[in-house]
Write a protein that binds this ligand. Structure first.
Ligand code: KMT
Ligand code: NI
Length: 172
């Protein structure tokens, strides 16, 4: 895992976009984002049990797996959105970037690779992209079934109870 301020330069989302200014784990924690390195699946099972997760799936994002749908999927994941539930992403292979919004509404880019696990709190605005290698395999863990849906950023979401709870706890 490596985290840094996004450089905001227009162009390919799959490039590193590293401004050169790093962010540490403590700063991620202040945004409600938790990071763990977990080499064994048993460790993930324990964490999931502790935090009361009930569902999981595995996704491979690559042209080999997705064919013609790959490019549109990558664009879709990169739309800024939130979820009404905390979510875990556990990387099994390949690499990718999760971008999360800072308190000041800037992008923080988090590079994840195999054995990296991230917990995103409910209500945080974020987006995802593969990198130039165009391959990631990830386990996605969900607390509940009905809340998996991404809600794209909009002013309407300012009144969303999960967004409000996130802002109250982390973003003011
Ligand atoms: C998300 O919530 O944005 C995602 O799950 C992206 C795909 S996981 C590699
Ligand atoms: Ni998401």
């Amino acid at each position: 895992m490596r985290a840094y301020w996004y450089d905001n330069i227009t162009g390919d989302q799959r490039l590193p976009h590293n401004s050169g200014r790093d962010i540490n784990e403590e700063e991620l924690k202040n945004l409600g984002v938790l990071y763990y390195r977990i080499p064994e699946l048993a460790g993930v099972d324990a964490l999931a049990r502790e935090r009361d997760y009930k569902n999981r799936d595995e996704i491979t994002v690559s042209p080999a797996k997705m064919g013609d749908a790959y490019e549109s999927k990558v664009r879709m994941f990169f739309h800024e959105h939130l979820h009404e539930d905390e979510e875990i992403r556990y990387i099994r292979d390949g690499k990718g970037y999760f971008d999360v919004r800072s308190k000041g509404d800037e992008w923080v880019r988090i590079q994840l690779e195999k054995d990296d696990l991230i917990i995103l709190p409910a209500g945080i605005y974020h987006r995802f992209t593969t990198d130039e290698d165009n391959h990631i395999q990830a386990m996605r863990l969900f607390k509940e079934e009905p809340k998996w849906t991404p809600l794209n950023r909009s002013d309407d979401l300012d009144g969303n109870e999960y967004r409000k709870a996130y802002v109250a706890q982390y973003a003011n």
